[in-house]
Design a protein. Sequence first.
Length: 240
Amino acid sequence: MKILYWTGLFWPNIGGVEVLSLQFIPAMQKRGYEFIVLTSRSNPNLSEKDNYNGIPIYRYYFHNGIANNNIEEIKKIKKKVDEIKKDFNPDLIHINSIDASIFFHQLSNTSDKIPTLFTVHSLPPYSINNNTLLKKMLNSAEWITTASEAMLFEVNKIIGENIQHSSLIYYGLYMPGIEPAQLQFNKPCLLCLGRVVAEKGFDLAIDAFAQIVPLFSEARLIIAGDGPAKHNLEKKAEEL
């Protein structure tokens, strides 16, 4: 079975879905499934075509044409997506993204419709009406999965009915084979690791840390990651 794995970001980016994907895809490959990854080109230093441990990767600037109202750029990216779908001829498209890239999935739907599995990892912090890409994606997917009952409940609210074509599948991650070391509390350290976006709530960690420092003067807070909220977090930290 051939699967086109569509995700907002992929290796070498770091984040929850990125880490999950790097474990999920190899595990499925061992079971005989063939994958290619279609993702956003988040950095010009990353190649458009790449390969990671036998996983073919295609990276495109999905957001640029939309952000700049550049029809020619949109047409160029649509053509590339059409070519990938035609050349790879997947049996299934697994969508793991709610960003602007899914516009090109909707735009490139061919007459020979390929079944779509839509995994909803999170939802945007704004209202969703019938004309949004997310609502259209939810309505058009053959199957929907979430990793929590709460997320499935929210998806049901968006669609406006109790959807039958859905499953709750919890995340499963291999644990690192490292023996846990004894924690040292004389210099406490709080590590926040992940994709630096507003919905992760790293700003709350900074607010909480401001209340901890007067009690533990040697305490440290480390936020490790990258993303669009990085500049605002750095500014917030400087104001402490």
